[in-house]
Design a protein around this ligand. Structure first.
Ligand SMILES: [Zn+2]
Length: 146
């Protein structure tokens, strides 16, 4: 069994590029909302940008929210960049990723890596299209960069 680092050395293509937090959020917003913020609490589309557009304030129910509310990425204390990288790695080599390898690759604890793998597995079962759209968006972006 070889590690992720080995497969990279062997030239297997890993779809990884450094996305900024903003790019990750914009990518998710495009997938979930078509780019137009929608309040997860009341459904309103009337929003004002907060934190330079990384969060939104609902002009109808006055709560603030980000695009991760209601997704597996919410309240995990793991950067979206690390989530997206994990999703890419899983898409590329689902068999090869152990908890330990993932923890080393994205620099999180083994507990966190295990919990991320579980959440992604659940998402794959419950909302495969959402996961697929994330993969497609990442792949498209990666191809554009090369
Ligand atoms: Zn609202």
């Amino acid at each position: 069994m070889h590690s992720l680092a080995d497969s990279k050395a062997q030239g297997n293509r890993l779809y990884f590029m450094e996305l900024s937090r903003r790019e990750c959020i914009e990518l998710l917003e495009k997938i979930r909302w078509g780019g137009e913020p929608q309040c997860p609490y009341c459904g309103s589309r009337r929003a004002s940008p907060m934190d330079k557009g990384l969060r939104h304030h609902c002009n109808d129910c006055f709560t603030s929210y980000s695009v991760t509310v209601g997704t597996i990425f919410h309240k995990t204390h793991v950067d979206l960049q690390k989530w997206f990288r994990t999703i890419e790695l899983l898409a590329q080599q689902p068999q090869n990723i152990t908890v330990r390898a993932l923890a080393n690759t994205i620099e999180v604890s083994k507990d966190t890596a295990a919990s991320m793998l579980n959440r992604i597995k659940t998402l794959k079962r419950e909302d495969p299209n959402f996961l697929k759209e994330i993969c497609l968006a990442l792949e498209k972006r990666n191809n554009k960069d090369n």
